[in-house]
Design a protein around this ligand. Structure first.
Ligand SMILES: Nc1ncnc2c1ncn2[C@@H]1O[C@H](COP(=O)(O)OP(=O)(O)OP(=O)(O)O)[C@@H](O)[C@H]1O
Ligand SMILES: [Mg+2]
Length: 575
C-alpha cells in the first residue's frame, strides 16, 4: 500500500520553477499558504509514476498588489503572488523491488512545471515518518530520539554511516552535547563487540555504567603515590611513548638560541638510550629497524646522565683541555626536563612504577585500552578520565592516546582489524584552529588530522564534540560528514555550521539559536532526512555540573570548604 494518497484538489499549488535542488511553487490556496511553515515537509508529484519527491519548505512568501515582481527569475503580472520555496531532499518510491515504500536520499527525477505540490501533514506525515522509522529499524540502527515534526516517530540514524565518515556534535554550553554523547555510548554499549574510547576531560561521564562500559583515568598524583595501575583502572602514559616531536616540544624551549642543538642532541641520545635498552633485553630483531619514534622504552636516568655529561664535556685542545661543542648549551633543557620529572602532576608520565619499562608493557596497555568486549573479558567502551592532566600538556596526552590507537590499527593486518571510535569531548582544547595553535597543539593536530583523513581506511572513527565549532580546526570539521548541532547562540559558531550544510539547506541553520535543550539539528549521510530531533534522555546521565545558583545561595555553606580546597591544591590531590 503506497503511504501517500493525495487528491489533486488538496494540492497546495503547482510547480512554477525548478533548478537542480530547489523548486518554487505557486500557491493557489491562500488558506493553505497561511498554514505553511518553514522547515516542514512537502511532497511533489514526480515525472515518474510510483514516485514522489520530498522537500523541505525553506521560504513562504505572500505579496499583494504589486504589479511585477521577480523572484528567482519568475516575472508575474498577477496582483497577488503566493510562493513557497522548497529544497528537494529525497524520493519516496512506492516500491523498490520487493520492498514497499522506500525512501531514498537521492533525487531520482525532478518535478515538472505544473506538477502538483502537497503539504505533508496529518496522516500522510505520520505515514511517512513511520516508514522512515520502519525502513531503518533493522534492530541495529542508532536511535537518538524522536523527530520534532512527529513526536511518535523514532529518528533512526545509520550507525555505519555515522561512524564511517566521522561525526561532529556541536552546541553552546548546556545545550545537551554530553547527554547526547551519553545516549550514543548507551546505544553502542548494546553491541556485543563495540569498541570505543571516550576522552572525558572533566570526569563527566563517570556515572555511565553498565555492561559494555569500563572506566579508566589517567593517573593523578594520588594514584602515583598509591602505585595504582591498569588493573585498578589507572593508566600511566610513559614518556617513551611520546613521539620525538612531542618530547622536543615538551623539553626544548623554541625561543632558546640553543634550541636546534638541543633537539639534535635529544634525538641522538634518545636513539642511543633506546638502542641500549634493546641490546640489554636481547631484542635483536627490533634493533635492526627501530627509529627514535619507535615505541621502545628507554631509561630516563641513562638519558639524563648522558645529557649532563655532554653539557659539561671537556675535550683535548691545543693548550690543554677546552670546553666541548655543547658545553653549557643543554643547561636549560636539562633543567626543564628535571622540572617535569619532579612535577607531581606529571607522575603518570615519569613515575609510572616498575612495569612501564617492561618490554611487554605496551601489549598489556593496548590490550586493556584497545581491546573490545569479549576479547579480554572486559568491556569495549572505555571512558578515559583526563581530569587530572595539567592543561598545558593536555593536547600532547590526548593525542598520544589517539596516536597509539591509530598506529595499532595501522599495524593490524586488514583481515584482523576491528573498528574503533574515538569520542572527543571538548575537542576545541586539543584540535584548535592552526592560527591559535602552539607547538604542542600542532603535534596534536597532526595526529587528529591524519586520523580524520585516513582513519576510515583503518577503521578509526572520530566523533568530535565541542561547544565552539568556530574554534575547532577547520580541516577536522570538513572531514566530518555527520552533524548533530544543538543550540548555538554565537553567530560565528552558527555560520560554521551553516557553511557545512548543503547550499539548498543553508536556511535550515536559522533554527540553531532557537533549539531547545536536548534538541538537535541532524544533517548528514547517516540521517534519512535532515531533521530536527529531540534527543532522548540517556538512562545514566553524565555529571553535567549544572549548578542551581539561586537555590544554592539559599542553602547553608559546607564547613571548612575553603581550607580543604587550599590543602588539596597544595597537595595536588582531591581528598
Ligand atoms: N536530551 C535531553 N533532554 C532533557 N534535558 C536535557 C537533555 N540534554 C541535556 N539536558 C539538560 O541540559 C543540561 C546540560 O546538558 P549537557 O551537560 O549535555 O550540556 P553540554 O552541551 O555538554 O554542556 P557543556 O558544553 O557545558 O559541557 C543537563 O544537565 C540536562 O538538565
Ligand atoms: Mg558537556
Amino acid at each position: 500500500m503506497p503511504i501517500f494518497s493525495f487528491k489533486d484538489h488538496e494540492a497546495l499549488g503547482k510547480v512554477a520553477s525548478v533548478d537542480t535542488t530547489n523548486v518554487i511553487v505557486d500557491v493557489e490556496n491562500v488558506e493553505q499558504l497561511k498554514r505553511l511553515q518553514v522547515n516542514h515537509l512537502a511532497v511533489l508529484q514526480s515525472s515518474r509514476p510510483g514516485q514522489h519527491l520530498i522537500g523541505l519548505i525553506t521560504q513562504v512568501t505572500r505579496k499583494r498588489g504589486i504589479e511585477e515582481i521577480a523572484i528567482d527569475g519568475i516575472i508575474d503580472q498577477a496582483s497577488e503572488l503566493n510562493l513557497c520555496r522548497i529544497a528537494l531532499i529525497g524520493t519516496m518510491l512506492d516500491r523498490d523491488g520487493k520492498k514497499e515504500n522506500v525512501f531514498r536520499r537521492t533525487l531520482e527525477s525532478v518535478p515538472e512545471i505544473d506538477a502538483n505540490c502537497f503539504s505533508l501533514e496529518g496522516e500522510n506525515l505520520t505515514g511517512f515518518m513511520r516508514t522512515l522509522s520502519n525502513v531503518s529499524d533493522d534492530g541495529n540502527s542508532l536511535t537518538l530520539g524522536k523527530y520534532t515534526l512527529d513526536e511518535h516517530a523514532v529518528a533512526y540514524l545509520n550507525g555505519n554511516k555515522f561512524f564511517q565518515r566521522h561525526a561532529f556534535i556541536g552546541g553552546s554550553t548546556g545545550s545537551g552535547k554530553s547527554w547526547t554523547t551519553a545516549k550514543i555510548i548507551e546505544q553502542m554499549s548494546g553491541l556485543s563487540t563495540a569498541n570505543a574510547l571516550v576522552f572525558d576531560l572533566h570526569g563527566e561521564y563517570s556515572p555511565l555504567v553498565g555492561g559494555g562500559i569500563q572506566h579508566f583515568k589517567i593517573a593523578g598524583p594520588a594514584d602515583v603515590d598509591t602505585k595504582r595501575t591498569i588493573d585498578d583502572g589507572v593508566l600511566h602514559l610513559p614518556y617513551w611513548l611520546l613521539s620525538y616531536e612531542a618530547l622536543v616540544s615538551m623539553f626544548v624551549d623554541r625561543s632558546d638560541q640553543n634550541a636546534p642543538n638541543q633537539a639534535m642532541i635529544m634525538a641522538r641520545e634518545i636513539n642511543q638510550a633506546k638502542r641500549k635498552y634493546l641490546e640489554d633485553k636481547g631484542q635483536h630483531e627490533v634493533l635492526k629497524n627501530f627509529t627514535v619514534d619507535s615505541p621502545v622504552p628507554f631509561d630516563l636516568n641513562f638519558l639524563m646522565g648522558k645529557l649532563n655529561e655532554i653539557n659539561v664535556e671537556m675535550v683535548p685542545g691545543s693548550r690543554g683541555d677546552k670546553q666541548g661543542d655543547f658545553f653549557g648549551k643543554l643547561a636549560r633543557m636539562i633543567s626543564r626536563l628535571e622540572n617535569k620529572i619532579y612535577d607531581r602532576r606529571l607522575g603518570f608520565m615519569f613515575n609510572g612504577g616498575g612495569d612501564v619499562l617492561d618490554f611487554d608493557w605496551l601489549e598489556k596497555f593496548t590490550n586493556a585500552v584497545l581491546g573490545s568486549t569479549g576479547e579480554n573479558g572486559k568491556a569495549g567502551i572505555k571512558i578515559i578520565d583526563f581530569s587530572e592532566v595539567p592543561s598545558d600538556v593536555l593536547p600532547l596526552i590526548v593525542s598520544l592516546v589517539a596516536r597509539v590507537t591509530f598506529s595499532v590499527q595501522q599495524w593490524t593486518p586488514s583481515e584482523l582489524r576491528h573498528p574503533i571510535a574515538l569520542l572527543c569531548d571538548e575537542a576545541h582544547l586539543y584540535m584548535p584552529q592552526r592560527t591559535m595553535a602552539d607547538s604542542a597543539d600542532d603535534i596534536s593536530l597532526d595526529i587528529f588530522e591524519r586520523i580524520a583523513k585516513e582513519g576510515r581506511k583503518y577503521g578509526v572513527s572520530l566523533v568530535v564534540i565541542s561547544q565552539r565549532p568556530s574554534e575547532v580546526n577547520k580541516t577536522m570539521l570538513s572531514q566530518c560528514s555527520n552533524f548533530v548541532s544543538m543550540r548555538l547562540t554565537n553567530a560565528e559558531d552558527q555560520s560554521v555550521i551553516k557553511r557545512l550544510l548543503p547550499d539548498s539547506l543553508g536556511g535550515f541553520s536559522d533554527i540553531l539559536p532557537t533549539l531547545d535543550t536536548g534538541e538537535a539539528l541532524v544533517v548528514g549521510d547517516a540521517s534519512l532526512l535532515p531533521s530536527r530531533i529531540r534527543i532522548d534522555e540517556p538512562e545514566n546521565k553524565p555529571n553535567s555540573g549544572t549548578v542551581n545558583f539561586w537555590d544554592e545561595w539559599q542553602n547553608p555553606v559546607k564547613e571548612r570548604r575553603l581550607s580543604i580546597a587550599v590543602e588539596n591544591w597544595r597537595k595536588q590531590n582531591i581528598q
